[in-house]
Design a protein around this ligand. Sequence first.
Ligand code: PMM
Length: 341
Amino acid sequence: MSLAATPGTGPNTSPLRIIRTRPRQAAWDALPTDRTLVMGVLNVTEDSFSDGGKYLSVDDAVAHGIALMEAGADIIDVGGESTRPDADFVPEDVEAKRVVPVVAALVAVGAVVSVDTTHVSTARACLDAGAHLINDVAGLTHEEGMPALIAERGVPYVLMHRRGDQRTMGQLAHYEDTVAEVTSELLELRERYVAAGVAPEQIILDPGIGFAKNAPHNWELLRATPRLAGLGHKLLIGTSRKRFLGHLLEDAKLPAEPTDRDDATAATSALAAAGGAWCVRVHSVPATRDAVRVAAAWAGSPAEIVAAAAVGDAVPDAAGSGAAAPAAAAAGASGNAGAGA
Ligand code: PMM
């Protein structure tokens, strides 16, 4: 789709400083492939747990999106409905009104834009406005029409694990084997999307840290990052400022308010990157921007990663931990090929 096709988003109509303008697919294709990507969170909501109410006007939201890009975010994730436990549901028309103009303005200045929505109508309107990918946290309760929309548009799609919705997920955090159950539920969901015509390479998996999970569940899933990254899809990990990091800091008698959790978030981002995550989603970009570069340097060049994976493949993994997966996943996950927008 040409930018000029969206009223008010052409390079000559935007009131914003032009960082760079390029067609949607080109922006997606230009994403780095030699390290884990950083997704910056832009919540256009009243009540998100760490930044609710800060960016409710279009101008404030767009300015913050540009600040995230300038700080080093590769992708801006725009959301209009809080997904924190017990958050109010937002009518779809209100959600779309919040996010569509922000998406259009950010696309016009060259951002790669993701839309954090569980609603088909919002996703469709944002894709019409130039969004590159849909980030759907609905998990097992996804809207019926979502697979068909994603198949029809051919865009990348984050398929996140969640049981229930923001009101009910807390009571559903019961697992005998967290990693096995989350993996099998994710793969079952994946099959629904593939059956609807979504190409497997469009699908980005996310274990849904904090969604129908308590702190031990989150740590188990994070520990399994290499296994999750080895499932044959790009992997997204979102730990930013989440409650389990607050508990960790509180236990150590350290400042633990949501904005005190950014250093801990950078640490989880570095470890997720080292484990083969394709992308990490964060509220504050600078420390994580650096952390993913450290992880890439630590892992070595892509050629070395591929070689290490080849060696690792030959080594039996007695613990069944998928220990050979991180390098392979890092090499495979870093490629953006096939995720046509
Ligand atoms: N976490 C939140 C919102 N959206 N999307 C994905 N894919 N993964 C996540 O872990 C995730 C998400 C909660 O954080 P926020 O309410 O501050 O945005």
